[in-house]
Design a protein around this ligand. Structure first.
Ligand code: 5GP
Ligand code: ZN
Length: 114
């Protein structure tokens, strides 16, 4: 989608520090990190929110969690624990409407999130 920030990061048009990419998934550093490790894992396919997922996207979501698993290990946050977060809708804090999975770790986490 031409006016989407994360489509721009994926295409390389918008500044973003990409740490992983394959045919379907891209991961890059959050510009305003909320933890020592804060990556955003996104599908290359433009999907606005969790509610917009289709049956055909099922394997893509599996791929994203596989990437989260691998990146958690690569970034050294797997052992101490980490969090994968999807904000769905403005009321939950979603500000970029290209679905993204926050991978957060490297510090103690509290519950519930605010
Ligand atoms: P949301 O609030 O939609 O769940 O998460 C959006 C995330 O995107 C935020 O954590 C924000 O810091 C990050 N973000 C916003 N603009 C940019 C940008 O231009 N580049 C990168 N790498 N991250 C961004
Ligand atoms: Zn997009």
């Amino acid at each position: 989608m031409s006016d989407c920030l994360f489509c721009g990061v994926i295409k390389g048009d918008v500044k973003g520090s990409i740490v992983y990419q394959d045919n379907s998934v891209v991961a890059f550093k959050d510009i305003n990190p909320k933890a020592p490790v804060h990556l955003l894992i996104v599908p290359r396919k433009h999907i606005a929110t969790l509610l917009d997922l289709q049956q055909e996207d099922k394997s893509l979501i599996g791929d994203i969690f596989s990437v989260a698993n691998q990146l958690a290990k690569d970034q050294g946050i797997a052992k101490d624990g980490f969090r994968v977060v999807v904000n769905c809708g403005a009321g939950a804090g979603q500000s970029v409407f290209h679905i993204h999975f926050h991978l957060l770790g490297g510090r103690p986490m509290t519950w519930p999130p605010g």
